[in-house]
Design a protein around this ligand. Structure first.
Ligand SMILES: [Fe+2]
Length: 226
């Protein structure tokens, strides 16, 4: 009797659990919105997280749902295939936005939690070997960020198909890095990431953000990526 009721309960729960697993949601932050001040204001973080990141979460979930629905209707129909191609754009944009911001929050930390402290270990060694110093890598990344015309990102990545070398990659819109490019640090160059505080002085935002970069997280990603 008891076993039956447990089994029945499990079946009742299953649809909810399944529904949850097919969706993404905002990640938990390791710090308060105001914890990155004065480098990034609490107001920016709050809007960035609760409005912008939330929009990508919603957009990605909706696109996945549309894709699933269209897939079930495909049945050799070019018109449905065309609709799937159209949904792909939303998957890429909102999926990239969801992923990039998850990386971004995690690779930021208040100075009281080690933000801005230079990396140690294998990552520190690799930076030294390839760039001579952390400052040189930062300058190179800032140059890439400055080169973004409109909205985009810069990523410091480990290229596992190129001898595990570090590379700095710039993308547009919410394009993310995939395949052999394993992201260690992701920096948001969209206006929503800095405008309320830095207005048209985006170079000052790029300079300031290094004070709250979580190099411990980057070092962890560097060692884990294979
Ligand atoms: Fe953003």
């Amino acid at each position: 009797m008891f076993a039956k009721s447990v089994a029945r309960r499990a079946l009742q729960l299953q649809p909810t659990l399944l529904a949850k697993r097919t969706k993404v949601s905002l990640p938990e932050l390791d710090w308060d919105f105001g914890a990155l001040e004065p480098h990034i204001s609490g107001q920016i973080n709050e809007l960035h997280y609760t409005k912008h990141h939330q929009t990508y979460v919603n957009g990605f979930n909706a696109a996945v749902e549309q894709f699933d629905e269209l897939k079930s209707k495909l049945d050799n129909d070019p018109a449905v295939a065309k609709q799937i191609v159209a949904v792909q754009q939303n998957l890429k944009f909102h999926g990239g936005g969801y992923v990039n911001h998850c990386l971004f929050w995690k690779n930021l930390a208040p100075t009281s939690q080690g933000g801005g402290e230079a990396p140690t270990g294998a990552l520190a060694k690799q930076i030294e070997t390839q760039f001579g110093s952390l400052d040189n890598l930062i300058s190179l990344t800032n140059a890439k960020l400055a080169g973004v015309q409109g909205s985009g990102w810069a990523f410091i990545v480990k290229n596992v198909e190129n001898g595990n070398q570090l590379e700095v990659v710039q993308t547009y819109n919410q394009d993310t890095v995939t395949g052999p490019l394993k992201p260690l640090v992701a920096i948001d160059s969209w206006e929503h990431a800095y405008y309320l505080q830095y207005q048209n002085q985006k170079a000052n935002y790029f300079k300031a953000i290094w004070n709250v970069i979580n190099w411990k997280e980057a070092a962890k990603r560097f060692e884990a990526a294979a």
